[in-house]
Ligand binder design. Structure first.
Ligand SMILES: [Zn+2]
Length: 64
């Protein structure tokens, strides 16, 4: 996977949500750029998909 910011190499990394409620640590896997430190996690990726969908459908409508 390449960094969206600098095209650098991104490595798989585990993150912990220290603000999680309860005794269980909430861990999730994400990507971190070893070049610029850009972090992409599933939450951010899902958010980008959600926010980019209306734009994509809109542009598809305008091209048709
Ligand atoms: Zn980067």
């Amino acid at each position: 996977m390449r960094c969206t910011r600098c095209e650098g190499l991104m490595v798989r990394e585990k993150f912990e949500d220290l603000g999680a409620l309860g005794p269980n640590d909430y861990e999730y896997a994400g990507w971190r750029c070893i070049n610029c430190g850009e972090i992409v996690d599933p939450v951010i990726a899902a958010h980008r998909r959600l926010t980019s969908r209306p734009v994509a459908s809109h542009s598809a409508l305008t091209t048709v």
